[in-house]
Write a protein that binds this ligand. Structure first.
Ligand SMILES: *[C@@H]1O[C@H](CO)[C@@H](O)[C@H](O)[C@H]1NC(C)=O
Ligand SMILES: *[C@@H]1O[C@H](CO)[C@@H](O)[C@H](O)[C@H]1NC(C)=O
Ligand SMILES: *[C@@H]1O[C@H](CO)[C@@H](O)[C@H](O)[C@H]1NC(C)=O
Ligand SMILES: *[C@@H]1O[C@H](CO)[C@@H](O)[C@H](O)[C@H]1NC(C)=O
Ligand SMILES: *[C@@H]1O[C@H](CO)[C@@H](O)[C@H](O)[C@H]1NC(C)=O
Length: 361
């Protein structure tokens, strides 16, 4: 779902001095401290985080926010740990792009959700164009997980082990993994991940469109149940939460979909939250977006086993949305001038109200 920006350099918007942004309920707040990470911890979450892509690392205004522990105490490499960059030729590993995100986030003391071991997208040509037998592809998969897990040993709070394996109707996506290995490729990936990651690393299945109880989220629940019966290791389900103003799931729906998994003892997280707007933006849409952000975060805060929320970048100019959904955008918490939007303050306000104990407990 997320085409890489790595090979597709964006012109970076120069940081302009940010005017104080008027926002409902707070008057003019010149100092947003404490940041969302601090507030999330007070509200009982482990983290509030963001995805970070390699293309913006030369923008100091951007990195001063991304690697500010108070604002974000968790980072997900948006692209840097994907297969095409990590293993560009068979058994040749290159961790440069992963390290560009992981190293500064370690320096900042942030947690990391590492992303990802297995996906149908952003695979290197040698892999997607190979004529694999089942045995050979399984050994390619094991070798990849073994090397990447070993290299990032101890660095990852969680790994997205398998990303986006299901179709919306609840069937498995027809891709090289399913076609070559069969449906058991998923459990193989989880077993390899448990074998090679550091003890305690949380192993996640991650997908979009599962923030309601629907065929897809229920199919994933069936998989988790089956894994539980047969001892296949899995610790969490990531709900990506790529939302659209006017069509987003409600608080109640997000709670109910998480309970498909928390009811089986797994943890959940909102792993890629963003809320896109049909352009041009206006004050009403921005206000509606603020409500969707706050209600989504509240649906995690109130869910005892939801550990945290990650936004899929915090700055509009690096969002994947405009490239993927022409005519849509402005999906992030900071606008192109690095001004915090009403959605930022709505999330902060919600977290402040939740401080001191989770309502769902
Ligand atoms: C980090 O973010 C917090 C919250 O927004 C802010 O108060 C603080 O000044 C920031 N620190 C730096 C070094 O920018
Ligand atoms: C590793 O990846 C980086 C970033 O894409 C690239 O600049 C570098 O040339 C690669 N190293 C090798 C040995 O291919
Ligand atoms: C793929 O491998 C099979 C079995 O080794 C072989 O019969 C077939 O010709 C190969 N196909 C291509 C396109 O190389
Ligand atoms: C959901 O699955 C049922 C069968 O279990 C099927 O009848 C229905 O069409 C599916 N709905 C969607 C939206 O795919
Ligand atoms: C915003 O909503 C108000 C109240 O519903 C309406 O009167 C106004 O025309 C809307 N403005 C825009 C720009 O859509």
């Amino acid at each position: 779902m997320k085409p890489s920006h790595v090979l597709n350099l964006l012109p970076l918007v120069a940081a302009s001095p940010a005017p104080v942004h008027p926002h409902p309920g707070f008057g003019n707040r010149p100092q947003p401290a404490p940041g969302l990470g601090d507030l999330a911890k007070k509200a009982g979450l482990k983290y509030f985080g963001t995805a970070v892509d390699n293309v913006v690392l030369d923008n100091e205004k951007y990195t001063s926010i991304a690697f500010n522990y108070s604002e974000f105490n968790q980072i997900t490499p948006a692209n840097g740990q994907k297969w095409m960059y990590i293993e560009p030729s068979r058994n040749v590993f290159n961790y440069t792009l992963g390290d560009q995100i992981v190293d500064p986030s370690k320096d900042a003391g942030q947690l990391r959700r590492c992303h990802n071991f297995l996906w149908h997208n952003q695979l290197p040509d040698w892999l997607s164009h190979g004529n694999w037998t089942k045995t050979a592809l399984l050994s390619v998969l094991e070798n990849h997980i073994k090397h990447e897990a070993d290299y990032y040993w101890g660095d990852c709070y969680a790994w997205d082990v398998v990303n986006e394996a299901f179709n919306d109707d609840g069937t498995l996506r027809q891709d090289i993994w399913l076609q070559t290995i069969g449906p058991e490729y998923i459990e193989h990936a989880f077993r390899f991940a448990r074998k090679y990651t550091s003890p305690g690393t949380k192993l996640y299945y991650n997908d979009y469109g599962i923030e309601r109880v629907n065929n897809k989220s229920v199919a994933i629940q069936q998989m988790v149940k089956d894994f539980g019966k047969r001892g296949v290791p899995i610790d969490g389900v990531g709900l990506q939460a790529h939302f659209t103003v006017g069509r987003s799931p409600s608080y109640t729906e997000i709670r109910a979909s998480q309970q498909l998994y928390t009811g089986l003892g797994l943890e959940t997280a909102l792993t890629e939250l963003d809320v896109r707007i049909e352009l041009p933006d206006n004050a009403n849409k921005t206000a509606a977006q603020a409500t969707v952000y706050a209600e989504s975060v509240r649906a995690c805060v109130d869910e005892k086993r939801c550990v945290g929320v990650t936004v899929w970048d915090f700055w509009d100019p690096v969002s994947w949305v405009p490239d993927t959904f022409p005519g849509w955008g402005d999906a992030c918490l900071w606008d192109e001038g690095f001004v915090r939007k009403p959605a930022y303050y709505a999330v902060a306000d919600m977290l402040r109200k939740a401080a001191g104990g989770r309502k769902g407990e």
